[in-house]
Ligand binder design. Structure first.
Ligand code: TYM
Length: 331
């Protein structure tokens, strides 16, 4: 069975972009792949966190993985810090990454360009840690949204570099970026990605949003004055974004079908249909989330997941350290 691995940072609450671009694919693929889904709690401290808030977000993130349909019997679900090999291989990977490569990473460049100050060293080097996350497990595929593709490409370069220098050590992974929904845009500004760090809360639908609030966000999404439901990201970015959401939440229906369904109808009708889909999805997730919070499932899942992940990651780390010449005693 081929192996798939991905993670999400528990920085703030998970949102619809995370679900459509990543999480739903973890769930869809858990039947056919050996799935590793982790919570990237090292990555999230690359930006300053409030400890109490972070604890809550972590718990919510695990609960939401489960509520969205990840099954701990099929997928290995774990916390990044429960597997120490991530930090260790992360440093080794960092030592094999060139500054030029890190300088090209658009996420860091964007933050710098926005004039954000006090950016941390961890934020700058985090693509190397992400490479380690993936390489430790010899993942074949990495399902991610569009914004993470560049990091998986760096991971491929690093894997090849290691293999070339030390002999065959790592599988070279492939990013899986779906055609539809890999970049869900802000509802209030469709030129920007939907993001936890959006200054404007109206643009982002959180998975735990009150349903009335979520509906309102969809109904007030920015559109245009062309009065036609047509997939045209260039000229109708707002409508095209809503079509991506609608399609993703409705069995990946084609844009042509959606265009036909709303031919001659107003944006109000279309938005109502999108809001219905979004709210139905959220309601189902939230119902499961509340049941999960009242059970022991979170603790059990993380314990089990850490056990399985450590066995694989430790063995790989040892192999790497031996190949590099960092160990002299056979343990
Ligand atoms: P993060 O936490 O920013 O995002 C988690 C996943 O959600 C996707 N995503 C989106 N997809 C569509 N539209 C959006 N608006 C949107 N916003 C976010 C992201 O592309 C991602 O797939 N560095 C990663 C976490 C990570 C990781 C890994 C992922 C750490 N190690 C190893 C894969 C493999 C991150 O910050 O994702």
């Amino acid at each position: 069975m081929k192996r798939m691995l991905s993670g999400i940072k528990p920085t703030g609450q998970l949102h619809l972009g995370n679900y459509i671009g990543a999480l739903r694919h973890f769930v869809e693929n858990q039947e056919d792949y050996e799935m590793f889904a982790f919570i990237a709690n090292l990555h999230c401290i690359t930006v300053m966190q409030d400890p109490e808030e972070l604890r809550n977000n972590l718990r919510d993130c695990v609960a939401l993985y489960l509520a969205c349909g990840l099954d701990p019997k099929k997928a290995t679900i774990f916390l990044q810090t429960d597997v120490k090999a991530h930090a260790q291989l992360g440093f080794i990977a960092c030592c094999h990454t060139y500054l030029g490569e890190l300088n090209r990473m658009t996420q860091f460049k964007d933050k710098q360009a926005k004039g954000e100050t006090n950016l941390s060293g961890g934020l700058y080097t985090y693509p190397s840690l992400m490479a380690a996350d993936i390489l430790l497990y010899d993942a074949d595929y990495v399902p991610v949204g569009e914004d993470q593709k560049q990091h998986v490409e760096l991971t491929r370069d690093l894997a090849e570099r290691f293999n070339h220098r030390y002999g065959e050590l790592f599988k070279v992974p492939e990013p899986l970026v779906s055609k539809v929904g890999a970049r869900i845009m802000s509802l209030s500004d469709p030129s920007k990605k939907m993001s936890k760090s959006d200054d404007n809360d109206k643009g982002c639908i959180y998975l735990l949003d009150d349903l009335k609030v979520a509906r309102k966000k969809v109904m007030s999404a920015v559109t245009d004055s062309l009065a036609q439901v047509k997939y045209d990201p260039q000229n109708q970015p707002g409508i095209s974004n809503l079509m991506q959401i609608y399609s993703s939440l409705d069995n990946n229906r084609s844009f042509e079908e959606i265009e036909k369904e709303f031919e001659g109808k107003g944006y109000g009708d279309f938005k109502r249909a999108v809001a219905d889909k979004v709210c139905a999805t959220l309601e189902e997730i939230q119902n499961r989330y509340h049941t999960i919070l009242e059970s022991n499932l979170i603790e059990e899942t993380l314990k089990d997941g850490a056990h399985k992940a450590n066995a694989i990651a430790d063995a790989k780390l040892k192999q790497v350290q031996q190949a590099i010449g960092m160990e002299i005693i056979q343990k």
